[in-house]
Write a protein that binds this ligand. Structure first.
Ligand code: CO
Length: 222
């Protein structure tokens, strides 16, 4: 059964939004109709509190978006790889951003050993990061461990991204393209740079190592 009231609210809000956009910029929709040229590809979490465009103040047309639980980059994920290829090769975006967020439910679930059903297959790779850095994470106070793993997860995804054939090929033809890892705080609405940006093949690894050390030290209170 369709929740008519819920849907009515959406249609009402949509009409209002479209009117506001035209009031602000009469050519807005006709311009977007003929061209899509975003400079950013955003790979973020599906969490409803982390909408890509809104938190960085961008309008429709400015950011190409892929979201999934835990902001993961799987080279075997046809959805994510198709978005990446289209963004890099057709739209020619200049920046690919992996945006995580503190308190991520996917990361929390990966931190626990209990079973959650189908999602366990999806977050398996976050568990792998947790296990690989278990000793270091043990030095982080319990209450900060999920947030530390949220950061480690973003760093890992940026590394995976820079290892994809799509990015390696773009960099070997000297395409102007950078990857970045950032994290969003639900508490204050601010994003923080994890300093893993890379703009060429081979740039990524040293930055990732430093960023991992910085994350672990910061959360361990050192
Ligand atoms: Co999340």
């Amino acid at each position: 059964m369709i929740d008519a009231k819920g849907m009515e609210l959406l249609f009402h809000r949509n009409r209002q939004w479209a009117e506001d956009m035209v009031a602000r910029d009469p050519a807005f929709f006709s311009r977007l109709l003929h061209q899509q040229s975003p400079r950013w590809l955003w790979i973020g979490c599906s969490d409803s509190r982390v909408p890509a465009n809104q938190i960085v103040g961008l309008d429709p047309g400015e950011v190409f978006v892929h979201r999934n639980v835990g902001n993961l980059v799987h080279p075997g994920d046809l959805n994510c790889m198709s978005v990446l290829q289209y963004a890099v090769e057709v739209l020619q975006v200049e920046h690919v951003i992996v945006c995580g967020h503190y308190g991520c439910g996917g990361v929390k679930a990966a931190m626990e050993d209990s079973a959650h059903g189908l999602i366990d297959y999806w977050i398996w790779s976050i568990r792998e990061i947790r296990d690989r850095h278990q000793t270091d994470l043990d030095h982080v106070p319990q209450e900060r461990r999920v947030d530390a793993l949220c950061e480690m997860n973003v760093i890992e995804q940026v590394e995976r991204l820079s290892e994809t054939k799509i990015l390696k090929e773009a960099w070997s033809r000297r395409q102007d393209l950078q990857v970045h890892g950032i994290i969003y705080s639900l508490a204050d609405g601010l994003i923080r740079d994890l300093e893993v940006s890379a703009g060429a093949r081979g740039d990524a690894a040293p930055a990732m190592r430093l960023a991992r050390e910085a994350t672990l030290a910061r959360h361990a209170g050192q």
